[in-house]
Design a protein around this ligand. Structure first.
Ligand code: PMT
Length: 398
């Protein structure tokens, strides 16, 4: 949703990684963005304009002077239209040209004319990347406010190993989202928890729950996009690490408690989306329990309530909890808001299809201290994360 209707001008320059940018265009278009591709002459030696035209659904522009198209998609029109200008792959040549103020083709002219943020994703041979001239150009452009996504290390098309591979598509998409997001949380330090906890019975068996971490990760991602410094404490999850976010991996509720209390001090906002196990086995066997000796009844003890403990140290912090319920949703959620000293609590009825654990969507009610209940329709966890941040932004103002 974040990219829906957003106007992205994508410059493609002449490197072998140009073929990977076809996937980037697909992902951006799938997310609802309006993508206008501009190719340099060299780029067309690697991939045809027709590929990008088909994938973007828009004409691809390649020439600075085109008498028929100039009035509609000329360089100034494209420069003005862009909400963000992305160059991927960005060769050493285009970086050098931009740094040197050269505007001798359509793409470099757009770069010179645009007021939009410019994001470059370099890809080249490792020696070209390491060349001090290239590094100086990058340094100079960074100082001028140009944004870069560093290439990744690995096997390069030229046969070398080293830094120079175009960043992965999701990384580029994420940086585009960062550039397109408002920065209403800059200066805030947000602590987010995600995922389940695992409570060991013996070294190989544990008690846990179905949390995938998606809700907490969506919150962490959205907060970082909006300028916050984010620390994410998560139980075990299969989700990929998020760029520019401090990540603390934990397993048990006890470990999560320790990590939360340690980082709470410096946080201005705490959002607990983790599904913390309420109980843990009273005994943890040091060795794997033999099948013949497995108990049929497990003795449990209560885990600490992390959020309630944090709530006692609330001070001026904004604190948001979640409540996963299968019955009496509102009644027990009010009690949790009260008991844990929260500003907001997000209640999901996890029995509804499309809500709660594992899925990419959620259906929630948001309750606040004033007694207000806001009922939200089914939405993606990504959109819900932004909505929750909008609500927190209102609390910050009040
Ligand atoms: O991870 P996903 O698959 O995306 O699923 C998302 C989710 C369903 C896990 C998430 O939306 C959610 O509801 N998280 C909270 C689940 C939960 O543990 O609810 P609860 O009602 O048991 O706990 C209430 C609040 O207290 C929660 O903020 C919880 O983090 C916190 N808590 C609970 C127990 C405990 N011992 N310590 C806590 O801090």
């Amino acid at each position: 949703m974040m990219l829906k209707g957003r106007k992205i001008v994508l410059g493609v320059t002449g490197g072998i990684a140009a073929y990977k940018v076809a996937e980037l265009v697909r992902e951006l278009v799938k997310a609802g963005a309006e993508v206008q591709v501009v190719m340099t002459r060299n780029a067309q030696a690697f991939i045809t304009p027709l590929t990008f035209q088909t994938l973007s659904g828009n004409p691809v522009t390649t020439e600075l002077f085109n008498l028929i198209a100039e009035s509609e998609i000329g360089h100034i029109a494209l420069a003005d239209r862009a909400e963000v200008l992305v160059i991927a792959p960005a060769t050493a040549n285009i970086i050098g040209k931009i740094a040197g103020g050269i505007a001798d083709d359509l793409l470099t002219t757009i770069v010179m004319a645009t007021k939009a943020p410019v994001l470059l994703a370099p890809a080249m041979n490792v020696h070209m990347w390491e060349n001090p001239i290239c590094q100086e150009n990058i340094q100079k452009l960074r100082q001028r406010g140009y944004h870069f996504i560093d290439p990744e290390a690995g096997e390069l098309a030229c046969g070398y190993e080293g830094k120079g591979r175009l960043a992965e598509t999701p990384t580029i998409v994420e940086e585009i989202c960062v550039l397109l997001s408002p920065k209403d949380f800059s200066g805030e330090k947000i602590l987010v928890t995600a995922g389940p906890t695992e409570e060991l019975i013996d070294p190989v068996r544990f008690l846990s729950n179905r949390s995938s971490g998606k809700m907490g990760f969506a919150l962490a991602r959205a907060a970082r996009r909006r300028g916050a410094e984010v620390t994410l404490i998560s139980g075990p999850t299969a989700l990929a690490a998020l760029p520019q976010i401090k990540y603390i991996a934990v397993r048990s509720a006890a470990q999560m408690r320790e990590a939360v209390l340690k980082h709470l001090e410096s946080a201005s906002i705490l959002i607990m989306a983790a599904a913390v196990s309420d109980y843990r086995p009273k005994q943890k066997a040091p060795e794997k329990i033999k099948k013949s000796k497995l108990p049929t009844v497990l003795e449990l003890e209560l885990n600490p309530d992390i959020l309630a403990e944090a709530g006692k140290k609330k001070n001026s912090r904004i604190m948001v909890g979640f409540a996963a319920e299968t019955e009496n949703l509102l009644q027990s959620t009010w009690q949790k808001l009260e008991k844990k000293n929260l500003d907001l609590i997000v209640a999901n009825d996890v029995t509804l299809p499309g809500a709660g654990f594992e899925v990419d969507t959620n259906i929630v009610k948001i309750l606040d201290r004033s007694g207000k209940v806001e009922e939200l329709p089914l939405m993606t966890k990504e959109d819900l994360a932004d909505y929750i941040l909008d609500r927190i932004a209102l609390l910050k103002k009040s």
